[in-house]
Design a protein around this ligand. Structure first.
Ligand code: ADP
Ligand code: ADP
Ligand code: ZN
Length: 218
């Protein structure tokens, strides 16, 4: 039984898609650092102004910025009942800080789920991804299209393509993942908290595999 789960995997692996549904099912918070940063950019606040340049290039936002942001978020009362961390940690430094943060809060990271997806599939997914401007729901032009082109099924909002989902930036993000985030696989393997699932195939099959890996929910 896990109350704190992290989703680890390359950009486009399907972390956000699965986290959204499972957080609701388990009644825990879905904390996606990418979503939090995009909100800050849209709001034009100091965090957003600092993060924007890195995000546009497909580089990681500096660790100290992310660690401060997540430190505040995880300490909030509504995070005490459990979280799915989506896209965090992404570096060894972030993973070390997360362990320290949780320890101070008297909590532990129970399971890390690694989404395994081939590189050609990641490229296909990222370049075809469309996101709702209003509610953040994610679609794919081919594999997961909305009922009406350009319109969100959930809320009627307008769908858009993220600036960093262009092919050139996607290639850079995949390299950044290999260099800076993939080392977390060994990190969590050594700490026995890593469970791998295939991130390819029908959404429901992947969801079942995740449920099983965390012991049927938190
Ligand atoms: P994806 O869904 O494609 O994996 P995200 O939405 O998670 O992408 O992240 C978008 C961008 O936000 C990243 O390319 C990076 O610039 C920034 N970002 C998100 N999470 C982190 C993090 N944990 N550490 C550093 N930068 C991050
Ligand atoms: P991440 O959060 O890991 O970057 P997303 O959840 O945003 O990934 O998914 C990336 C893209 O792939 C989206 O367009 C989404 O609709 C699509 N997608 C997600 N899961 C699958 C799947 N199992 N099969 C095909 N496409 C998928
Ligand atoms: Zn929507």
């Amino acid at each position: 039984m896990s109350a704190r789960v992290a989703f680890l995997g390359p950009p486009g692996a399907g972390k956000g898609t699965q986290a959204r549904d499972l957080a609701q099912e388990w009644g825990v918070l879905h904390l996606a650092t990418g979503d939090m940063l995009r909100e800050a950019v849209a709001a034009g606040n100091p965090l957003g102004r600092e993060a924007k340049g890195y995000m546009d290039k497909g580089a990681l936002v500096p660790d100290d910025v992310i660690i401060r942001m997540m430190g505040e978020r995880l300490a909030a009362r509504d995070a005490a009942g459990g979280v799915i961390l989506d896209g965090f940690p992404r570096t060894i430094a972030q993973a070390d800080s997360l362990a320290k943060l949780l320890k101070d809060l008297g909590q532990t990271l129970d399971t890390v789920i690694y989404f395994e997806v081939s590189e050609p599939e990641l490229l296909r997914r990222l370049t075809g991804r469309r996101v709702c401007r209003k509610c953040g729901h994610t679609y794919h032009l081919v594999s997961n299209p909305p009922k009406r082109a350009g319109i969100c099924d959930e809320c009627g909002g307008e769908l858009y393509q993220r600036d960093d989902d262009s092919e050139a930036t996607v290639r850079n993000r995949l390299q950044v993942y290999e260099r800076q985030t993939a080392p977390l696989l060994d990190y969590y393997r050594q700490r026995s908290s890593l469970k791998s699932v295939s991130g390819e195939g029908p959404l429901g099959t992947i969801r079942d595999a995740i449920r099983k890996a965390v012991g049927d929910g938190p």
